[in-house]
Write a protein that binds this ligand. Structure first.
Ligand code: HEC
Length: 99
């Protein structure tokens, strides 16, 4: 019975992950990416690990705090008014991963 439940639930769980990944890339394109894709105003550039290394050293909590409150040229919430803390975390992970 337990096995059957897993078989039924797994594809459902997988499709949920996919949906939120799509949401994250949609947010990225409309908000963070505007600055972080080009490195405008010294924003750490998406996919450039050396830009992100000194940021990641501060720890995810500090980075979340920076995004939510803004930091220098970055506006509060990085212009993503609908983003949750989990979305910000996913966006930071997305941008800081080497491409
Ligand atoms: C208007 C341009 C702009 C947008 C939009 C923007 N950022 Fe930034 N971001 C910056 C700039 C500029 C910096 C560098 C700030 C500094 O260190 O002076 C930065 C820095 C950061 C940092 C490093 C913070 C730290 O403490 O070192 C993180 C994390 C970050 N951005 C995440 C995001 C996320 C997530 C989004 C989208 C929800 C986003 N940014 C949207 C311009 C932007």
């Amino acid at each position: 019975m337990k096995k059957l439940l897993l078989v039924v639930l797994l594809p459902f769980m997988a499709s949920m992950t996919q949906a939120s990944e799509q949401a994250v890339s949609a947010y990225y394109a409309k908000t963070c990416g505007l600055c972080h894709a080009t490195g405008a105003a010294n924003a750490p550039k998406t996919g450039v690990a050396s830009d992100w290394a000194p940021r990641l050293e501060k720890g995810m909590d500090t980075l979340l705090h920076s995004v939510q409150n803004g930091l220098n040229a970055m506006p509060p919430k990085g212009m993503c008014m609908n983003c949750s803390a989990d979305d910000f975390k996913a966006l930071i992970e997305y941008m800081s991963a080497a491409k």
